[in-house]
Design a protein around this ligand. Structure first.
Ligand code: MTE
Ligand code: MO
Length: 334
């Protein structure tokens, strides 16, 4: 091989034949829309080095966390096994299939990280990666998670109340809403690079709550689950958990929290306003235009296809939040 055409990345024979590497490259090519990718895998394609950069990143790691157990906030419902909660996911930045995120996010790098809290506050602040775990006492809470697609899980989250963080930023009296934003990093998130992978969403994924909803003690910022830091597919390093609302409100991998005086735009509402509202409170008596919300498939033991139909509860069983909506017509503000 002449110097002129020396590949930018040197690889050993065993890397070329490694199963995982092979599948990674195939997936990448597939995601770029190449058909018959195998033709590209021979000869010169290896020499371009470009394919290897992504694969040489380290695998995302989880580590154990220290936390207290706040059983007064936890449900007694049977927990969903960790192996299900970490392999059946919605995270369109990493693909639309339920089994895409666990695969496509496995190299997702979350340290360093910056979470910015600003907008209508007296003390804007930025949390670095370590601050996410050290700033507040972490506690474990088992919450039901009800997806708008009518399946549900029970997940032992570890985190702290969003209200604690908002109080630290000291909101102005003009603040009425809280806007959230997921990381925008197309190099790490294939769904942000390609509309066909990312489901046509205009990224970054954004969400919002009314300030009183954000301050409710049930509203959690989660940094872990099942005793450890979050895996990337569940929203590492920090994600929102609002247990009485449909799962799409629980935005993952957050980089910005902004206090505002106007109701912020939210991703699924922008995409299909007649199907997904701003409030998105779990409500068995308000059907989605294309399916009933009266019952749900609880994912516990057995295969994902092992159906365990249970009735859906108003506010996902968290009826203590009902007073937040006492003057509202919840069929109109769905
Ligand atoms: N940034 C981002 N956050 C997201 C989503 C997403 O696609 N992107 N999907 C939402 C949906 S629809 C659900 S049901 C939950 C799923 O969380 P889980 O995979 O941890 O169970 O994440 C929510 N948060
Ligand atoms: Mo969802």
């Amino acid at each position: 091989m002449s110097k002129r055409f020396k590949p930018s990345v040197v690889f050993k024979d065993n890397q070329v034949t490694d199963e995982a590497v092979y599948h990674d490259r195939r997936r990448l090519l597939k995601s770029m829309g190449f058909v018959g990718a195998s033709a590209l895998l021979s000869g010169n394609a290896y020499g371009q080095g470009w394919f290897w950069e992504r694969e040489e990143k380290p695998l995302a790691q989880q580590r154990p966390l220290e936390f207290t157990n706040n059983s007064s906030f936890s449900t007694n419902d049977t927990l969903t096994p960790e192996s299900k909660a970490t392999t059946y996911n919605n995270f369109y930045e990493f693909g639309m299939g339920k089994d895409d995120p666990v695969e496509e996010a496995k190299h997702f790098q979350t340290d360093p990280w910056q979470l910015r809290i600003d907008g209508l506050v007296n003390k804007p602040l930025t949390l670095g990666y370590d601050d996410l775990f050290n700033q507040f006492q972490l506690e474990e809470r088992a919450y039901r998670l009800r997806c708008v697609e009518a399946w549900s899980m029970v997940i032992p989250w570890i985190g702290f109340e969003l209200g604690q963080l908002i109080r630290q930023a000291d909101p102005l009296s003009s603040a009425k809403y809280v806007a959230f934003e997921t990381l925008y990093d197309p190099d790490q998130m294939p769904g942000q690079k390609n509309r066909f992978i990312g489901g046509g969403i205009d990224y970054p994924y954004v969400e919002g709550l009314r300030l009183d909803e954000a301050m409710h003690p049930l509203t959690l910022l989660s940094v872990g689950m099942y005793g450890k830091t979050l895996p990337p597919q569940n929203g590492a390093p920090i994600r929102l958990v609002v247990p009485w609302k449909y799962g799409f409100k629980s935005i993952k991998s957050i980089v910005r929290i902004r206090l505002t005086d106007k109701q912020p735009p939210t991703t699924w509402n922008i995409l299909a306003p007649n199907e997904y509202g701003f409030y998105a409170n779990v409500n068995p008596s308000v059907a989605h235009p294309r399916w009933s919300q009266a019952s749900e498939r609880r994912i516990t033991t057995g295969g994902v296809l092992n159906r365990n139909r249970i009735p859906t509860q108003p506010f996902n069983g968290y009826t203590e939040v009902a007073s937040l909506y006492s003057n509202m017509d919840l069929t109109r503000f769905y």
